[in-house]
Ligand binder design. Structure first.
Ligand code: C2E
Ligand code: CA
Ligand code: CA
Length: 305
């Protein structure tokens, strides 16, 4: 399973690099790419968690029609004493290889639920999505651990979404499916992240308790040229239709401009996330953004008339 996950991941990264909507893994992606992550960094993660160097920023997801707030995605940051602020791409891959990512995931979940509880106490109920590495789903204790965390923070289960990448599903891990079923039964929402970027896995989609599809940002990127509606546009329209037919919330990631926003709205996409909506924000700024209804500016994006 681990090799398959790794290959799916490589194919996805290749898709990201080339900007193509579809990349088929045909052994053409060299195993040596990307450059081996510095595993040494992963060895420091235990200390980093203990010393409070791990922090979260929060990026809003908003509904497109009507324009309304849907919640936030928690994104991890490492304030490293020597290297400064490290984005997740610089340490998550290494953490996945050494296995420390399991502890990191739980740490992130804990930080996210604690923030969410503070916001609730301050009068704002904000649904939060947390990213889970595929490996975490192989821990048979995960559903119970998450249920306990929800209890401890008195969190309504529906206010937590777990974002998992397609690679989990593609690997066809019965274990992962069982874990997702239990989490779903507990009321937690499951979201498929980076959808369409790795292997296609449509056969699995209908069988898993999924609430949300997040279209990989390469699709929104394909709309960057206003009016461009090539193959990527056709694929985008099909994926949105597919998600909606299955009763899922379809979220476009990487929405960076008003033209992208309008094109996605025209395609009946329900929800959007990206720099055009808001950059990921520190917790306090996010609360301000929510209190000031920052999404209202999107109801008539610049140039929409
Ligand atoms: P992701 O889950 O797809 O998260 C979205 C990433 O896209 C974030 O990068 C975000 O800052 C970036 N982004 C948001 N809007 C835009 C936009 O309009 N344009 C562009 N070009 N990018 C945008 P970030 O925070 O660096 O995270 C990168 C990846 O690291 C995430 O991708 C996710 O796979 C992983 N990650 C982040 N936090 C965690 C975590 O707590 N646990 C695990 N396992 N993985 C995490
Ligand atoms: Ca995500
Ligand atoms: Ca994503």
């Amino acid at each position: 399973g681990a090799t398959l996950l790794r290959r799916a991941d490589l194919a996805m990264r290749a898709a990201r690099r080339t900007g193509a909507a579809v990349v088929r893994f045909a052994g053409a992606v060299p195993e040596s790419e990307p450059a081996p992550p510095p595993l040494g960094l992963a060895a420091e993660l235990d200390d980093a968690m203990r010393l409070g160097q791990i922090d979260l920023v929060f990026q809003p997801k908003v509904g497109m029609a009507p324009v309304e707030f849907h919640g936030v995605e928690a994104l991890v940051r490492w304030h490293h004493p020597r290297f400064g602020m490290l984005p997740p791409d610089q340490f998550i891959p290494a953490a996945e290889q050494t296995g420390v990512v399991a502890a990191l995931s739980l740490h992130v979940l804990e930080l996210a639920l604690a923030r969410q509880r503070e916001w609730r106490a301050a009068g704002s109920r904000i649904p939060v999505a947390v990213n889970l590495s595929a490996i975490s789903l192989l821990d048979p204790a995960l559903p119970d651990t998450i249920a306990q965390a929800l209890n401890r923070h008195r969190t309504p289960a529906g206010d937590l979404t777990l974002e998992i990448t397609e690679s989990v599903i593609v690997a066809g891990l019965a274990q992962a499916a069982a874990a997702l079923d239990r989490l779903h039964a507990a009321g937690v929402r499951i979201s498929i992240d980076d959808f369409g970027a790795g292997f296609t896995s449509l056969a699995f989609l209908g069988r898993l308790p999924v609430a949300e599809l997040k279209l990989d940002r390469l699709f929104a990127g394909a709309l960057a040229d206003d009016g461009e509606r090539g193959d990527d546009g056709i694929i985008l329209r099909s994926l949105i239709g597919l998600g909606r037919s299955l009763g899922l919330t379809v979220v476009a990631e990487g929405v960076e401009s008003a033209p992208m926003w309008r094109a996605l709205a025209d395609l009946d996409c329900q929800s959007a996330q990206g720099f055009f909506v808001s950059r990921p924000l520190p917790a306090a700024e996010l609360l301000d953004w929510v209190r000031n209804a920052g999404w209202r500016a999107l109801a008539a994006p610049a140039g929409a008339g």
